[in-house]
Design a protein around this ligand. Structure first.
Ligand SMILES: [Zn+2]
Length: 342
């Protein structure tokens, strides 16, 4: 089994809202059972996601120059070297694969997902998601076959300005790398340690544990398992989708894309109902020839704290302490999203 450790505590002060009588407020620190990293849970329910003015992003003075818009794309976006993509760019439906003008690594692609500049969650249809993911995954598989020296593969996604995305126009990044980030490497080495110590795959054990505990297990879609992780990287919680039989990019097939977009559609319907307009997401693939580090998708909502001064939802905790803070307990998030997975 997996040990889920919570340190519950409280702070007491004289509350001006109650005539300066003593008030006690609870908070929690949780320890990620895989990495040992901590996460603060506090300020419960104190914030709501802010509504974004989507039509406002179309106004010329706000929109500025967008290289991803269909009428600009041909002249303003780069093309791949012929040995990578002979035709320069690739299309599937409206999805268009181009190199990243600001690459993260040797092979760094962008999938522009739509022709339209502003597309709300309801516009990210199954067809749009299927075209985008399959184009991006094919690119990762191609660079994997061309360059075996880059062991890790990633899809990353900033959706809408609160997420840090520089362009409103929907797009995803796909790249191969030796350096996939500290979180990824901590999770990879934690998975190796778990496998060596127990002779079990951590992610399979996690699925079994969450299914039987039934507090954070959201549901099954095809062969995928959706959970609200014990520790959340986002202020408004985190949702994770685990692929139990996918380890490296070579294992990812069309059926996995089908399950992924079906589950993502449910998450998006939940986000719409909750007034969530923006998110960060990643889909990560471990090295080949191993069966202890599974592929998973992670998605966290993002929001401005307010629309008066556009304070972001990341602060000193994430910026200089590398500590996630969350105001939603995963068990409550799981209860709220579960009806969308029935
Ligand atoms: Zn655009």
């Amino acid at each position: 089994m997996i040990e889920f450790k919570t340190i519950g505590s409280a702070s007491t002060f004289l509350d001006p809202r109650r005539g300066f009588s003593p008030t006690t407020v609870d908070f929690q620190v949780r320890i990620d059972p895989l990495t040992g990293r901590t996460c603060h849970f506090s300020h419960f329910g104190a914030l709501k996601a802010q509504k974004l003015d989507l039509p406002g992003y179309e106004r010329p003075e706000v929109k500025g120059f967008c290289p991803f818009c269909a009428d600009k794309r041909d002249r303003a976006t780069p093309k791949f070297m012929p040995d990578i993509i002979p035709e320069g760019r690739q299309m599937r439906g409206e999805a268009c694969l181009i190199p990243n003008l600001f690459p993260y690594d040797i092979h760094s692609g962008v999938v522009v997902m739509t022709d339209d500049h502003v597309v709300g969650l309801s516009g990210l249809t199954e067809g749009c998601l299927a075209d985008s993911f399959s184009l991006g995954i094919d690119f990762l598989q191609r660079i994997n076959s061309l360059d075996l020296a880059l062991p890790y593969h990633l899809m990353t996604w900033n959706y809408m300005p609160p997420s840090g995305g520089g362009l409103v126009h929907p797009h995803q990044q796909y790249f191969a790398t030796r350096y996939p980030g500290n979180q990824f490497m901590d999770e990879l080495s934690g998975s190796e340690r778990f496998f060596t110590a127990r002779g079990q795959n951590y992610w399979h054990t996690l699925i079994e544990t969450e299914v039987s505990g039934n507090k954070r297990y959201i549901g099954t879609v095809g062969k995928t398992h959706w959970i609200a992780p014990f520790v959340s990287l986002g202020l408004l919680g985190e949702i994770m989708c685990i692929f139990p039989n996918v380890f490296s990019i070579r294992d990812f097939r069309e059926e996995h894309i089908d399950d992924l977009i079906s589950g993502l559609g449910r998450v998006f319907r939940f986000y719409e109902a909750e007034g969530i307009y923006s998110f960060n997401a990643s889909l990560s693939f471990g090295p080949k020839n191993q069966e202890h580090f599974n592929c998973f998708l992670r998605i966290v909502p993002r929001t401005f704290l307010n629309l008066r001064d556009f304070a972001p939802d990341f602060n000193f905790f994430q910026a200089v302490l590398s500590e996630p803070v969350c105001i939603v307990l995963p068990e409550d998030l799981c209860r709220d999203i579960k009806p969308y997975f029935v």
